[in-house]
Write a protein that binds this ligand. Structure first.
Ligand code: NAD
Length: 467
């Protein structure tokens, strides 16, 4: 038992005992100590949660859009008052350095929630003799990963609730604690019973029960491509809607007329954000041959300057990876690599305790190799040379993924290259993340979009009424 234990599930507006007494131990990856326990939910718990969400659906869907937005405004206020606790919790369960935990892990979900509290209803449209209206999809099953544990929850829950859907949420078993803070805030905000329900547990038990549940109208999932595929199969049996935010292997293209120093520094920072555990991470740095050697040494120097350590130490830039298994997986990629190691590596010194991997940079990476093709999800950057814009685009698009990317160069030229990338988002010359812009992937990076009005539309049906 620890003081952070959360022994109950949240179903139908109440904290209830789970069907089984089994629990999941949540570990602090910086100390390798057990932090807390949460229920290992079961299919029976999912049944109860879906029934509660179904019972709440008609009433919630019938409210005006602005009434639901008002609830979201109150939820935002209640969650904002917990910002410091959110940052601390994500620091503990994920090992996110405090600075990032405050700015991104707490700041981003609050910005997204605010955007839905402020959003306007989708306008009815007239097409010929038809009135086109937007309606909520129904009961949504939301299944989320551990790398941005509150953001990924809020991106789904806020949009689904705004649209008039009710939700059964299963947060990652590695980082479930921060989701409980959202529930605490929902209670304080007076969200009606059954509108938001939370069942903690493992993917194969609780996640699979949600994905295959006959009364779940839509499954919104963020996580690995392999799990996304399994969820798609499960939902296909009843032709339920799915939205999938999956993996990535994004390219950062540095053209010959780029501001090289800025492009490399920002590029390394992007690749190593959250210890490289970011689906949009620019893990392939593509550099024009005219600046290649300079870029390699600058990237190696930048990586070498990162401080690893205690996430709660203000000087720390890189925390541990989320788990022992994740560290072993990442070290496996590093040890199998046949490219030129210019920084870090598996024998580089790291703190004794915690699942740390040194920031690692490989140069001369073969674009067809495992390093350049597979999502590593750790602090590992691959640098690849190119000779022309066409070649850069071809290398960037030579991926089963299509999530994100960066391009650096003179504005018009960089924009022209950005348009040719087969990815859901591209940042030109360091353009900032926009929480109102559609977020999602091409190819095996996913189906559907999150955030802003596109994210809202994902949770809506359109109906045509002929007159
Ligand atoms: P994961 O797929 O293992 O798990 C994600 C969630 O799915 C967890 O809640 C897990 O319990 C659940 N799950 C696992 N097996 C399941 C099953 N058979 N049925 C239903 N649910 C199941 O992924 P992860 O390890 O938590 O996250 C890392 C991966 O997520 C990376 O590949 C990363 O690229 C991807 N990711 C994508 C985005 C995006 O927006 N595109 C964002 C973050 C992470």
């Amino acid at each position: 038992m620890t003081t952070l234990d959360r022994p109950h599930l949240y179903l139908g507006g109440e904290w209830v005992s789970p069907a089984s007494t089994e629990t999941i131990a949540v570990e602090n990856p910086a100390t390798e100590q057990v932090l807390a326990h949460v229920p290992a939910g079961t299919a029976e718990d999912v049944d109860r949660a879906v029934a509660a969400a179904r019972a709440a659906f008609d009433g919630w869907a019938a409210l005006s859009f602005s009434s639901r937005a008002e609830f979201l405004g109150r939820l935002h206020a209640a969650l904002s008052s917990r910002a410091a606790e959110i940052a601390r919790t994500v620091g503990l369960e994920l090992g996110a350095p405090l600075k990032i935990a405050k700015a991104v892990q707490a700041g981003l979900p609050l910005a997204v929630l605010r955007s839905y509290a402020d959003s306007a209803a989708s306008e009815d449209r007239v097409v010929g003799n038809s009135l086109i209206v937007h309606e909520p999809v129904g009961v949504v099953g939301a299944i989320t990963p551990w790398n941005y544990p509150l953001h990924q929850v809020v991106a789904k829950v806020a949009a689904a609730l705004a649209a008039g859907c009710t939700v059964v949420l299963k947060p990652s078993e590695l980082t479930p604690l921060v989701a409980f803070l959202l529930v605490d805030a929902a209670e304080e905000a007076g969200l009606p019973p059954g509108v938001l329900n939370v069942v903690t547990g493992t993917g194969p038990v609780v996640g699979a029960a949600i994905a295959g549940h006959p009364d779940v109208d839509m499954v919104s999932f963020t996580g690995s491509t392999a799990t996304g595929r399994a969820i798609s199969h499960a939902a296909a049996d009843r032709v339920a809607k799915v939205a999938l935010e999956l993996g990535g292997k994004s390219a950062n293209i540095i053209l010959e007329d780029a501001d090289l120093v800025r492009a490399v520094k920002v590029g390394v920072g992007n690749a190593f954000l959250n210890s490289g555990q970011t689906c949009t991470a620019w893990t392939r740095m593509l550099v024009h041959r005219s600046h290649y050697d300079e870029a390699v040494s600058l990237a190696a120097k930048t990586a070498g300057g990162y401080t690893l350590g205690d996430p709660f130490d203000e000087a720390t830039r890189l925390g541990p990876l989320v788990s022992r298994a994740q560290r072993e997986r990442v070290l496996g990629f590093i040890d199998r690599a046949s490219a030129r190691l210019v920084a870090g590596g598996s024998s580089s010194p790291v703190p004794d305790q915690g699942y740390f991997v040194a920031p690692t940079v490989f140069a001369d990476v073969d674009p067809a190799s495992e390093l350049a093709q597979e999502e590593i999800f750790g602090p590992v950057l691959s640098i690849i040379p190119f000779s022309s814009d066409d070649e850069a685009v071809a290398i960037a698009n030579n991926s089963k993924y299509g999530l994100a990317g960066g391009v650096w160069g003179s504005d018009e030229r960089a924009l022209a290259v950005a348009r040719r990338l087969r990815t859901g988002q591209v940042d030109v010359n360091g353009g900032a993340f926009n929480p109102l812009a559609p977020f999602g992937g091409y190819k095996q990076s996913g189906v559907g979009r999150e955030l802003g009005e596109f994210g809202l539309a994902e949770f809506q049906q359109v109906k045509a009424i002929q007159r």
